[in-house]
Design a protein around this ligand. Structure first.
Ligand code: GLY
Ligand code: MN
Ligand code: MN
Length: 430
């Protein structure tokens, strides 16, 4: 995969913005993720902690960032600790960051070996009362596995029990929620690559293909361009499987007359796109499939029109529910009284539209951001309404990625085919 470098000025600015939110006379410690074990002596591919990446750009395990904004000397305000040089490890894993390289990538002047961390930390703990520590406070995070940050927090609180500890996450999340122009550019690139993959498979899908063959087509398009899948498992779901929200086995044959729901996207430079398209396997929607498709598309367009500064993600979800309530009645799936009270957890919605319409997008696919906070320019959210009719084997979801702007929004996926006729036309002209 291509190494996509972001200018170090981005990470320097993020640290500066974070330091401005910290109390005076305080320090902060942010740890990398672990390399997660699989089985026997195996391990998963390393995924960096998004907060540490946002502040340093360093993609290496056993990395620690120490922020000490009140330091008298400039070169002590930010200190990055990386793995000490280990020639034996190099034989197996290749080159790790040298201090010079880590400094160039992150813009941090002082880069030291990790063996220096404990002593320097102790000096700061003797000096400050207030310490910020990092936790994964995403409201849907399962947090079953103890992270490096959590192990560090337990150790620190044990050793220094009467310091004041503060959560770093609200400060970092408030910054990460607003995307800078560099981040928007990376997200746009991820969306554009996703579109290339989608145009490719529109010319490939036909009755008899297997879902995993479609996955391989996307992989070819992404990987040959130095990209990769976004950070979630691709969903390629034909027929009845289109109604299973987290279907990821992708192991069925696509049958004539079925719909095919594709929820997958490319990533670029650690930033994730998130797209869903639903297409007819044989290149032509049936009348019923098209009616449901256009109902979802109208709901998506109506929702996007309301995604603007001041509205909250919860407001947006209510807009979609209102739009889909009307569509579900028109499609004769429910009676008006079934969807009268949108606030109620109605069984009609539970059955035909069981999820929400939007989530924040960025370094994480379900990125940080407050669902009850007013949207601001620079936020990026998905818009992904759906209608799932299991008894008819029709699951339709359409998902675009939307940047909130001063006056409204910009659809980062506006050039990816979405009209039913456009999709049919591309599928039939190959
Ligand atoms: N692909 C995950 C989602 O749409 O939220
Ligand atoms: Mn999504
Ligand atoms: Mn998705």
């Amino acid at each position: 995969m291509k190494k996509i470098e972001i200018n170090s000025s981005f990470f320097t600015r993020n640290r500066k913005n974070l330091a401005a939110l910290m109390k005076s006379d305080s320090c902060a410690v942010i740890n990398s993720n672990d390399i997660m074990p699989s089985n026997a002596d195996g391990s998963m591919k390393f995924i960096q902690n998004s907060d540490l990446f946002y502040l340093t750009g360093i993609e290496q395990e056993e990395t620690v960032l120490l922020l000490n904004p009140s330091a008298k000397k400039d070169d002590m305000k930010e200190i990055l600790f990386i793995r000490d040089y280990n020639p034996e490890l190099e034989v197996w894993e290749g080159k790790k960051y040298s201090p010079e390289e880590a400094s160039r990538v992150s813009g941090i002047q002082t880069v030291l070996g990790l063996s220096r961390f404990e002593d320097m930390l102790h000096d700061l703990m003797c000096k400050y009362e207030n310490v910020y520590l990092n936790t994964n406070d995403h409201d849907r995070a399962a947090n079953i596995v103890e992270t490096r940050d959590l192990r560090f927090i337990a150790r620190l609180r044990n050793r220094y029990p009467i310091h004041n500890y503060f959560r770093l996450s609200p400060l970092i999340y408030s910054l990460r929620a607003i995307k800078s122009p560099e981040e928007v550019e990376l997200l746009q690139k991820a969306c554009d690559l996703t579109g290339k993959g989608f145009n490719r498979i529109l010319k490939f899908v036909k009755p008899g293909v297997w879902e995993y063959e479609i996955e391989a087509e996307f992989a070819h398009e992404f990987i040959s361009r130095g990209s990769k899948y976004a950070d979630y498992e691709p969903i390629i779901a034909s027929g009845e499987s289109s109604c299973f929200l987290h279907y990821i086995s992708n192991d069925k044959q696509c049958n004539d007359g079925d719909v095919l729901l594709i929820d997958l996207a490319a990533g670029w430079g650690n930033y994730n796109a998130d797209m869903t398209r639903t297409i007819p396997v044989n290149g032509k929607f049936t009348k019923r499939q098209k009616d449901v498709y256009n109902a979802v598309l109208r709901a998506m367009k109506g929702t996007i029109a309301e995604m603007k500064p001041g509205k909250t993600a919860i407001d947006i979800h209510m807009v979609t529910k209102e739009l889909l309530a009307k569509e579900l009645v028109d499609l004769k799936l429910v009676k008006p009284e079934d969807v009268k009270d949108l606030n109620k957890k109605s069984s009609a919605f539970k059955k035909y539209y069981p999820h929400e319409v939007s989530h924040f997008l960025g370094l994480a696919v379900h990125d940080v951001g407050g669902f009850d906070e007013p949207l601001k320019p620079g936020m990026v959210l998905t818009c992904e309404p759906g209608i799932y009719i299991r008894e008819e084997k029709i699951g339709i979801r359409i998902e675009n990625d939307i940047l909130i702007t001063e006056n409204g929004n910009l659809d980062l996926m506006k050039s990816i085919p979405v009209e039913a006729e456009e999709i049919e036309s591309i599928m039939n002209n190959r």
